[in-house]
Design a binder for this molecule. Structure first.
Ligand code: FNR
Length: 360
C-alpha cells in the first residue's frame, strides 16, 4: 500500500460472472465521465438496447447425439491470412485513457495474451507504433480519413511499417456520437488527452480534428493502393452497401451500428446480418459487432453467416478493472463461453455453424 502502490496501473485477472456484473464493477472504478463516455450511446439509446434484445429474435436450435465433448470443439478460423485460435476480436475504440493510464498499450497486450486479434482505433491515445510494439498478436489499423490527403497517406504508410496487416475504414462515424449522459457532465475528456497518431513528436501533424467524413466507394481503392493491404469496411447495415464496397475492392465487411453510438433508431445490428450475408454471397468474409456480450451471441452471429465477431465495451470494462490481464480475462471468458455454447448446441467447429442453429 502507500501512495506509490496506489499509483501503479492495475494489472490483474478477473473472475467474470456475467456481463452485467462486469459492467457494474467497472462503473465503481471509473469516473462518472469515463463511464458515461464508454457505456453510453446516442439519443434515447433505443438502438443500444436493440443491439441486445434482437439476439432473442434468433433462438438457438440445438443438435443432439453428436458424440461430442468440450475437447472436441474446434474454435479456430482463418481470416484474411491469419490463423486465429477463436473468432472473437477486439473492436476499434478511441481513447482507452478513459479506462486505464497506459491506454491502448495495456489493451493490446491483454488481447495478445488472450490470442485475440486487435483492431486499433485511429483515435487512440497512444500512437499506432507504440500500440504495435506492445501487442505481439495480429493487428488491424482503423483509419479515420483526414481532410488533408497527405496526412491520410502518412497514417497508412506508418500503419503498414508498424506491422498492421489490414486497414479498417469506418464508414459510419459521421457525427460526434456522444451520449446525453456524457454531454450532461460537460463532456469531461481525460486531462492530458492527446491523439497519439497525430502527435507531431511521433511524425503526426497534430490535426486529428480535420476528419474527412464524406466517403465514397472510391476511398476503398485509394486505401488499398496506398497501403497494399486488405481493406475492411466497417459500419455497414445494408446489403446494397456491402455489395458496393466489395465491388470497390473491400476484402471484408464489418456489419456494425457502432454500438449504437452514431444514429439512434437503426435496428439492432444482428437483425440486418442475414441481409448483408445474403448480399455478400460468400465473396468476402463478414465480421459482426455491436452487442456481443455472451458466447451464445457469438454462436448466433456465426450461425447467421459471420466468420468472426468483434467486441467493444466489455474490453474497456476489463481494462479499467484489471489492465492487460483484465482484457485477457474478458476475451478468454468469451472464448470459453463460445466453446461451451457450441458443445451445448451440438456444433463441433465454427464451420459447422449454419442457419439450422438459429430459428428466425
Ligand atoms: C467505439 N467504436 C469505435 N469504432 C471505430 O470504428 N472507431 C473508433 O474510434 C471507435 N471508438 C469507440 C469508442 C468507444 C468508447 C466505444 C464503446 C466504441 C465502436 C466500436 O468499434 C464497436 O463498433 C462497438 O463498440 C461495438 O459494440 P459493443 O460491443 O460495444 O456493444
Amino acid at each position: 500500500s502507500g501512495p506509490q502502490a496506489a499509483a501503479m496501473p492495475v494489472d490483474k485477472k478477473l473472475a467474470i460472472i456475467s456481463p452485467a456484473h462486469l459492467q457494474e464493477q467497472a462503473r465503481k472504478v471509473m469516473t462518472p465521465g469515463a463511464y458515461a463516455f464508454i457505456t453510453g450511446a446516442t439519443g434515447d439509446e433505443w438502438t443500444l438496447q436493440e443491439n441486445r434484445r434482437a439476439f432473442n429474435d434468433f433462438p438457438i436450435r440445438t443438435h443432439r447425439l453428436q458424440g461430442m465433448a468440450a475437447k472436441d470443439v474446434d474454435l479456430s478460423i482463418e481470416l484474411l491470412g491469419h490463423k486465429l485460435a477463436y473468432p472473437i476480436m477486439v473492436a476499434p475504440m478511441g481513447v482507452h485513457l478513459f479506462a486505464h493510464p497506459q491506454g491502448e498499450v495495456a489493451t493490446v497486450a491483454g488481447a495478445a495474451a488472450a490470442g485475440a486479434l486487435y483492431q486499433s482505433s485511429g483515435a487512440s491515445y497512444q500512437p499506432l507504433e507504440a500500440i504495435a510494439k506492445a501487442g505481439t498478436g495480429p493487428k488491424w489499423f482503423q483509419l479515420y480519413f483526414n481532410a488533408d490527403v497527405g496526412v491520410t497517406r502518412s497514417l497508412l504508410e506508418r500503419a503498414k511499417a508498424a506491422g498492421y496487416t489490414a486497414i479498417i475504414i469506418t464508414a459510419d462515424a459521421l457525427g460526434p456520437g456522444a451520449s446525453d449522459a456524457f454531454k450532461l457532465l460537460g463532456m469531461p475528456f481525460p486531462p492530458g488527452l492527446t491523439f497519439g497518431n497525430h502527435d507531431p513528436l511521433q511524425g503526426g501533424t497534430g490535426n486529428f480534428r480535420h476528419q474527412k467524413v464524406a466517403l465514397t466507394p472510391d476511398d476503398i481503392g485509394f486505401v488499398k493502393s496506398v497501403s497494399g493491404l486488405p481493406v475492411i469496411v466497417k459500419g455497414l447495415m445494408r446489403g446494397v452497401d456491402a455489395d458496393a464496397a466489395i465491388r470497390a475492392g473491400a476484402s471484408a465487411i464489418q456489419v456494425s451500428n457502432h454500438g449504437g453510438r452514431q444514429i439512434d433508431g437503426v435496428p439492432g445490428a444482428i437483425s440486418v446480418l442475414p441481409e448483408v450475408v445474403k448480399a455478400v454471397k460468400g465473396r468476402v468474409p463478414v465480421i459482426f459487432d455491436s452487442g456481443i456480450r455472451r458466447g451464445i451471441d457469438v454462436l448466433r452471429a456465426l450461425s447467421l453467416g459471420a466468420q468472426a465477431v468483434a467486441v467493444g465495451r466489455p474490453v474497456l470494462y476489463g481494462l479499467a478493472l484489471g489492465g492487460p490481464s483484465g482484457v485477457q480475462s474478458v476475451m478468454e471468458q468469451l472464448r470459453d463461453e463460445l466453446q461451451l455454447a457450441m458443445l451445448l448446441a451440438g456444433a463441433g467447429s465454427v464451420r459447422q455453424l449454419d442457419g439450422s442453429f438459429v430459428k428466425a
